[in-house]
Design a protein around this ligand. Structure first.
Ligand SMILES: Cc1cc2nc3c(=O)[nH]c(=O)nc-3n(C[C@H](O)[C@H](O)[C@H](O)COP(=O)(O)OP(=O)(O)OC[C@H]3O[C@@H](n4cnc5c(N)ncnc54)[C@H](O)[C@@H]3O)c2cc1C
Length: 352
């Protein structure tokens, strides 16, 4: 279903008042041929195409000048083998509702990922993760359709090339791939993953339901509700540094928050850096660094895309000057032509 000149205000969790030239609501796989035609028409007219799930990891930097495909495919299939549960889930299913469904049906392994906003089809894109579990650990395969040719392809876990907040779906090679469904593989012989932060206190004999409840409680306490305060979760990634840079930092800031990542690499807590740069509560226009969670930038209600961009740039600059660490945005930046970056957008906004 195609609509013209549509508002995106309710389709991005930042709540920014932006529009798109056209929007295609994909609710059923039988619309795929019609969608391929719409995509080819847009491409022939040199218009960009963007796939949108819940819009909770996106910053629209200005109005979008092309076709947005809003994915609302639904359906969950459960297949049981001797050792595993396999969940085949359509891309438009709400992620948290899937976690609720699994936990209530004693299918364990998703509980640490409770309350992550957005839809299932977006989960592989940035390899969502929380409380010691990442999507890649439970992903069996991902089904995609090439939006130009209409060809259907299934990628194995390995072919998805997952790493920290990254997958093959972020590359140019996959720019025309729309994820239609994912298959999750969950062991019946479940072991709790509660070695992370506040979950440790739950002890060895904890149940999946208890982890689920605890994760929900922590997240509700820590993170602003997107329906009340516009935001896109963690705005910046936790920077990865080598041993030399870490020991250099520790000399000046012995309390810097970090944890081991891969051999010889460490993740710094971006929230600690922003907090210790005294940026909590810092505001530009209608955009603000959240008082309780330094990693979250919020829209107080009337923020413009330029307010958010200026605030993000200020945070990046102050942190770089104080700690010598460059923050990269986790949120996906979109301008009128498609994917862009903070550096490009701040240059544009300041020259206008
Ligand atoms: C309050 C809050 C807390 C959050 N906490 C976490 C967290 O703990 N861990 C975490 O990892 N993330 C977190 N996030 C980020 C966000 O929830 C995830 O990135 C989520 O997967 C985004 O889902 P979405 O449906 O909103 O995707 P969107 O924002 O709509 O899209 C994100 C990207 O995926 C692409 N995409 C979406 N659907 C498809 C598809 N079907 N096929 C191909 N590409 C597609 C889009 O083009 C875009 O590039 C949080 C966000 C908020 C607002």
């Amino acid at each position: 279903m195609l609509s013209k000149n549509a508002s995106l205000k309710k389709l991005n969790s930042f709540g920014l008042n932006v529009t798109t030239k056209t929007i295609f609501l994909l609710t059923h796989e039988n619309q795929l041929p019609e969608l391929i035609t719409a995509v080819n028409v847009a491409k022939n007219n040199h218009q960009p195409v963007l796939i949108l799930g819940g819009g909770t990891n996106i910053l629209f930097c200005e109005n979008f000048n092309g076709l947005i495909i809003k994915v609302e495919l639904s359906g969950i299939d459960l297949v049981e083998t001797h050792d595993h549960f396999f969940l085949n889930v359509s891309a438009g299913e709400n992620w948290h509702q899937l976690v609720v469904y699994a936990t209530q049906n004693n299918i364990r392994g998703l509980e640490n990922l409770a309350l992550i906003p957005g839809v299932v089809g977006a989960a592989p894109v940035q390899n969502i993760g929380a409380y010691g579990v990442e999507f890649e650990q439970i992903c069996e395969k991902v089904k995609v359709i090439d939006l130009i040719t209409g060809k259907l392809v299934t990628l194995s876990n390995k072919e998805c090339e997952f790493s920290y907040r990254y997958s093959i779906f972020k590359t140019k090679q996959m720019a025309n791939a729309l994820i239609t469904s994912v298959t999750l593989k969950l062991k019946k012989n479940w072991r709790p993953q509660n070695s992370y932060g506040a979950l440790k206190a739950l002890g060895e004999s904890v149940t999946a339901q208890q982890i689920f409840t605890q994760v929900c409680e922590i997240r509700k306490e820590k993170l602003p509700d997107i329906h009340v305060l516009g935001n896109a979760g963690s705005f910046f990634k936790n920077p990865i540094v080598g041993e030399t840079q870490l020991s250099h930092l520790l000399k000046t800031y012995p309390n810097v928050a970090y944890y081991p990542y891969k051999t010889g690499e460490f993740k710094l807590a971006a929230a600690w850096l922003i907090d210790h740069a005294k940026l909590k509560g810092f505001q530009i226009g209608g955009a603000l660094v959240h008082q309780q969670h330094a990693l979250v930038l919020i829209n107080k209600g009337n923020a413009s895309p330029a307010d958010v961009l200026n605030l993000a740039w200020h945070v990046r600059e102050v942190v770089q000057i104080k700690f010598g660490v460059l923050l990269e945005h986790e949120v996906c930046f979109i301008n009128k032509n498609g994917v862009t970056t903070l550096v490009k957008e701040i240059t544009r906004v300041r020259s206008e």
